[in-house]
Design a protein around this ligand. Structure first.
Ligand SMILES: *[C@@H]1O[C@H](CO)[C@@H](O)[C@H](O)[C@H]1NC(C)=O
Length: 146
């Protein structure tokens, strides 16, 4: 009898902890800022997983004046996963470059949403001979602007 009760408790425990810790989904839509101070806003994610938005970078390798630039992307399996993967392209309005980001939307240990991303920036170069220096790579971490 006692053994049965303890066994039932052991079964019930993981269900309780799962129920309390894994409810919140990471949602891509909204306003985000990264560790450099760049800001971006992402629209609602549509039925196909598509989204659009705008990106205001805090840094540039050019000497042009920074302007808001559009972004377009897609999220994997819309709203089905708690921590979805995504990708988007920023087409810079003030230069001839594009940057593609890939990342994942996580719930961190404090229950806060965080976007971990990697990016490739393609710069325009004059000829195929200059192709070797045309791509930069980096990482960015975004947190939600409240
Ligand atoms: C991002 O937004 C904050 C205010 O919300 C502002 O202080 C900051 O300058 C913005 N970053 C850029 C690159 O404009």
């Amino acid at each position: 009898m006692m053994g049965k009760v303890i066994f039932s408790l052991l079964l019930a425990l993981p269900l309780v902890t799962l129920g309390t810790s894994s409810d919140k989904k990471c949602v891509l839509s909204g306003s985000w800022r990264n560790e450099l101070g760049s800001n971006m806003t992402i629209s609602a994610v549509n039925a196909e997983g598509g989204f659009s938005g705008s990106y205001l970078t805090a840094v540039t390798a050019t000497n042009k004046r920074i302007l808001v630039s559009p972004l377009k992307g897609s999220q994997n399996h819309k709203s089905q996963r708690k921590q979805p993967t995504f990708g988007f392209t920023v087409s810079w309005t003030f230069s001839n470059s594009v940057t593609v980001f890939v990342g994942q939307c996580f719930m961190d240990d404090n229950g806060e949403e965080i976007l971990k991303t990697m990016w490739l920036l393609r710069q325009e170069v004059r000829s195929p001979g200059a192709d070797w220096k045309a791509t930069r790579v980096g990482t960015n971490v975004f947190t939600r602007i409240k």
